[in-house]
Design a protein around this ligand. Structure first.
Ligand code: ZN
Ligand code: ZN
Length: 143
């Protein structure tokens, strides 16, 4: 058990939230859904148990449910920064960038990603030593 606490904030400071302890997972996801939802070539993010995050009231956030998918993103209504998302498994997914912002531009070492997910859907090849799961099997997802 770790007792790390991460105080997180959007660009403008209007939205704050907190994560504590250790994430359930930290990874790069190359799937088309994540790329679409976050407008990135791959998502670099952590997933947390609900008990380990203190999230703002939904009514205080900008929210958007992606049509036809069980995915929703939550952001600041003032500056537009995406703070977290909820994906099919349901746990809050907080991008690494949100942690970098709170930590002087660096990802806290204990949050380093451990694998690539849905690597077969990639638009970018990555040469590193992390395991590459072609689909979602590495974390128990179908496909
Ligand atoms: Zn903001
Ligand atoms: Zn994904």
């Amino acid at each position: 058990m770790t007792d790390n606490t991460y105080d997180l904030s959007c660009d403008c400071g209007h939205v704050t939230m907190r994560a504590h302890g250790a994430p359930e997972l930290s990874l790069y996801c190359h799937c088309g859904s994540c790329r679409d939802m976050y407008s990135v070539d791959m998502l670099s993010a952590t997933g947390w148990a609900d008990d380990n995050v203190e999230l703002p009231e939904e009514s205080a956030m900008f929210t958007y449910a992606v049509p036809g998918k069980q995915m929703k993103r939550f952001g600041c209504p003032k500056c537009g920064m995406i703070m977290y998302g909820r994906h099919k498994p349901g746990i809050p997914v907080i991008p690494h960038g949100v942690f970098r912002k709170a930590n002087g531009g660096r990802l806290p070492a204990e949050l380093a990603p451990t694998l690539h997910l849905f690597y077969r859907e990639r638009v970018l090849d990555v040469q590193d030593d992390l395991p590459k799961s072609e689909g979602g099997e590495a974390i128990g997802l179908d496909g």
